[in-house]
Design a binder for this molecule. Sequence first.
Ligand code: SF4
Ligand code: ZN
Length: 419
Amino acid sequence: LKTIVSDIEIPCAFGPAYEGERVRGADLYAQCGGGKTQCTELVKMAEMNDIEDGKVIVDGPDVEDLKEGDTFPMGIYIQVAGREFQSDFEPILERQIHHLINYIQGIMHIGQRDISWVRISKAAIEKGFTLKDIGVVLHAKFHQDFGKILDKVQVTLKTKKADVDELTKRARAEYKMRDERVEKMTDEDVEVFYSCTLCQSFAPNHVCSVSPERTGLCGAYNWMDCKASYEINPTGPNQPIEKGECIDPVLGQWKGVNDFVYKASRGAVTHYNFYSMVTDPMTTCGCCECIAAMLPSCNGVMTVNRDYAGETPCGMKFTTLAGVMGGGASSPGFVGHSKFNITQKKFIKGDGGLARMVWMPKILKEEIKERLERFGKENGIDNFYDMIADETVGITEEEILPYLQEKGHPALSMDPLIG
Ligand code: SF4
Ligand code: ZN
């Protein structure tokens, strides 16, 4: 017997109308994530008998234990069971958390995976909002939207730091496994890419095209995930795109993709390249994990991740870049991308590839260290990891250039970045 959920019983109004609403400083009561504390999301498949449908557990302090201005850590752990359910569907459900929490009036959600950010407004608190309501919403909407593939949903909201850290560790291992599922595939291997238009509610013209070698810029959807999403919901936000004739193999442009993007962006975007940030790059929405920018005096590029709050050599912090670039336009010289994409083989291949990378925040460099080192080895660049400058070297082009020269960074001897 399928559970039918018609009404969502929470004290706040709920619906797509509230999705774009912001919770600004003056309205803010409390928040978690966003670089202040850890906020992590994980959906996992469970055995039918191990979970109870509709159960929401708040494990740790709830909002009544917070005072105005407080921050708290949170782990959103959702267990799903169903005869039709497969672990391939986990990332798809997980990516819904973003818009579903945003549907609650007075609550704002940004990001995904282990870089989420939830802001709770004073107005929501006055109405009686508690963390349990997040679980109520996710349970109800998962049944409503994915009833075909699931029978039971149980939500645990963890707010004790040690538990959140433990969940985060486990979630990172899961993300890594999902990312690596496309590791051995190439864009040439497949005839079909997938679109993702999940973000059009925020960035109306934005269309992500997801290929094996270019995961979605939010980092949460790769080619396999989009394929699974299309199987679950053939009229949903992930549609197959026949690549069609290849217009430019180096920059990564296909006729079939252009035609699709033109339609899906309602004529706003006529074409874009998968493998270039300099020449007509893919469009960027506000969810991107990282934004790459050109550093002309270093003949190279930099990238900055959402979790780094400091200054960067392009003169803009992540938040400024996301504000300028995140509206769904193609902005030559800049592109949003996932962390995993940095070390995928086609990353900015049309601009010379990853060997162009001259600056990254230290935390990002460390996070993908193993993969950067592998890239160096495979491409005959000794010490590539060490050659990439970070904020400890400098945060302007003038500061990092001598370091790049001293290390003999390959970007300095490449063709000019801009022709
Ligand atoms: Fe989809 Fe792209 Fe939005 Fe990720 S960033 S949810 S891939 S549209
Ligand atoms: Zn987005």
